[in-house]
Design a protein around this ligand. Structure first.
Ligand code: PBG
Length: 331
């Protein structure tokens, strides 16, 4: 008998001893269908501008959008979320509810050409207002909640009229889900799903996105509507309000620094949970990978897997298009 140096009968390494066993006991898997690809639409048809802080992600005009959508679909991604830059901004962001607004036009084009593509629209005002805030501003420069609700209703109905399968309000306006659900139903859009940016923090991780769509607030910040990163209990109140007002999916944003929040919201609410792997999270990985400091794809997958482990069902991520070919399908 060899000397027994270790007499514990349970040896966790045993289950790691072959690839077969490892795959057999694997608890979480990242699927293509978990991912949603953000797409930035520009009003100039000829635009094809790579966003400097987001390598591989482009601002695209209508001439260049089809090639990108083909690539996304060919790679195995079936859902996109659209963000737009309007031809003209104004004080209230009226492009957002015009029949020929940038998002309405893009949605119509996409649904006509690729009926199978699931189109989600971001419902907000910051890209469309001259002041860059997510709604109507009062004379004192503060965001007015209830007047913003009426505009959100117009925007949501207009997106649904254009063919959006899902609308995703991202402004953190109190009552936004109830207001939108009521308006959608009144206009016959009872099947249009709502994914609420229910728990959205005032985060420094949105920097590259604001450059991409020119949506940085011209004065002040978003701290009177987006949540304080220090707060966790408050996330449950936000999630509960949106759940009760009929949100079909609850989102937590950003994702990586808020895995605890994803887990808590998942444990409390029995609807699908989404996480937004935001622009700053993407940019960090890309920058480190470009320096040869990390293996970008491996790190990205590990990050997305951590979100699944935390309990998310869906992930909005700029990695979607490029990672999808190496991921399994649920279908
Ligand atoms: C607001 C909106 C933002 C993002 C998605 N929707 C920006 C903000 O709140 O400033 C950020 C997405 C990202 O950083 O990837 N319309």
């Amino acid at each position: 008998m060899p000397d027994v140096l270790f007499d514990q009968p349970r040896r966790p390494r045993r289950l790691r001893s072959s690839a077969t066993l490892r795959a057999s006991v694997r608890e979480h898997v990242l699927f293509r269908e978990d991912l949603i690809m953000p797409v930035f639409v520009d009003p100039n048809p000829a635009t094809r501008r790579e966003i400097p802080s987001m390598p591989g992600i482009f601002n695209l005009g209508f001439e260049n959008l089809p090639a990108e959508i083909d690539r996304i679909l060919e790679n195995g991604i079936d859902k996109v979320i659209l963000f737009g830059v309007p031809v003209q901004k104004d004080a209230v962001g009226s492009d957002t509810w015009h029949d020929h607004g940038i998002i309405q036009s893009a949605t119509r084009m996409l649904k006509e050409r690729w009926p199978e593509l699931f189109v989600i629209t971001d419902v907000c005002f910051c890209e469309y207002t001259t002041h860059g805030h997510c709604g109507v501003l009062g004379d004192d420069g503060r965001l007015l909640n209830d007047p913003t609700l009426a505009n959100l209703q117009k925007q949501a109905v207009s997106h649904a009229d254009a063919g959006a399968d899902m609308v995703a309000p991202s402004g953190m306006i109190d009552g936004m889900i109830g207001a939108m659900r009521t308006a959608l139903d009144e206009h016959g859009h009872t099947d249009t799903t709502i994914m609420s940016y229910a728990v959205k923090y005032a985060s420094a991780f949105y920097g590259p996105f604001r450059d991409a769509v020119d949506s940085a607030p011209q004065s002040g910040d978003r701290k009177t509507y987006q949540m304080d990163p220090a707060n966790a209990r408050e996330a449950l109140i936000e999630a509960e309000l949106d759940f009760e007002q009929g949100a079909d999916i609850l989102m937590v944003k950003p994702a990586l620094s808020y895995l605890d929040i994803i887990r808590t919201v998942r444990d409390r609410f029995d609807v699908p949970i989404a996480a937004y792997n935001v622009s700053g999270e993407y940019a960090m990985v890309k920058a480190a990978a470009a320096n040869g400091w990390i293996d970008g794809d491996a790190v990205a997958k590990e990050m997305l897997l951590s979100m699944k482990r935390a309990g998310t069902d869906l992930i909005l991520t700029y990695f979607a298009r490029d990672l999808a070919p190496s991921l399994p399908s649920k279908r």
